[in-house]
Design a protein around this ligand. Structure first.
Ligand code: NAG
Ligand code: NAG
Ligand code: NAG
Length: 222
């Protein structure tokens, strides 16, 4: 019985601590490892920060923990990023601006940014085609894509790649064909993961496997 009471009181103490903790990030420990960034490399973050038309994105990706640092590394993997322009942020409305500033809103922004990132595949306009196809992002959810008559990529039938095929993570001194790991397409609307429509009948854009994603083609939702 005594044991039970002790366990119970520890449990309530833990509950009390959990209940009184506000939703906030723990400060980053000082000894955390930071991958060295080669000199003269242009990272995804450098690209975003260098563009006036991406200033909203530059600000917003500094809200959820870790994104600015992750985007500032020189990756050894390929990637594709759909960068929402300031025009995209003009089409967000009151829900976005009120929710984005809350602690939970910051986590949601993290998911939102993940939904614009495709790891392990460098997809330039030539990798997309005129058939409506689907593509898996780092959120594990799908977006759909097609190239319309004028040659622009259209995503989820709403966003247009107004600034396609920007290559990053190069150093002038390096072998360019080897070092250009990433491609960025600037788009004019945000891709919202909560608005995903799962279209299993659409063909998939050819892409490299994303670790942790569903890989069994015999399961209908993979
Ligand atoms: C970086 O690039 C600039 C301009 O091309 C050059 O002057 C400088 O020496 C480079 N720095 C390194 C460390 O490669
Ligand atoms: C985008 O940036 C402009 C100019 O700084 C600002 O007025 C606007 O509120 C920003 N939009 C969002 C959704 O953060
Ligand atoms: C650059 O890298 C590519 C791909 O690895 C290779 O085929 C090519 O020979 C390299 N060129 C030079 C000048 O090193």
């Amino acid at each position: 019985m005594l044991k039970y009471i002790i366990i119970l009181s520890i449990f309530s103490a833990v509950q009390l601590v959990v209940a009184s903790e506000t939703l906030s990030y723990v400060a980053e420990p000082s000894q955390v490892y930071i991958a060295p960034k080669p000199a003269n490399i242009s990272t995804l973050l450098d690209f975003i920060d260098s563009r006036d038309d991406l200033s909203n994105l530059s600000k917003i990706l500094r809200e959820p923990a870790g994104f600015a640092r992750a985007f500032d590394t020189a990756p050894t993997w390929s990637f594709t990023f759909f960068a929402p322009s300031n025009e995209a942020f003009e089409h967000t409305g009151a829900y976005f601006s009120s929710f984005a500033t809350t602690p939970k809103g910051k986590w949601w922004i993290g998911n939102l940014i993940n939904h614009h990132y495709v790891p392990n595949s460098k997809l330039t306009t030539s990798n997309f085609n005129t058939h409506l196809s689907r593509l898996q992002t780092a959120s594990y959810l799908y977006i759909n894509t097609f190239v319309h008559g004028s040659g622009e990529i259209k995503i989820n039938n709403v966003a247009t790649a107004t600034g396609p095929d920007n290559l990053v993570t190069s150093t002038p001194s390096e072998n360019i064909s080897r070092s250009l790991k990433g491609v960025i397409h600037i788009i004019d609307r945000i891709l919202d993961p909560s608005a995903q429509v799962f279209e299993s009948d659409l063909p998939k854009v050819s892409q490299t496997f994303i670790a942790g994603s569903c890989s069994n083609p015999n399961i209908a939702y993979c």
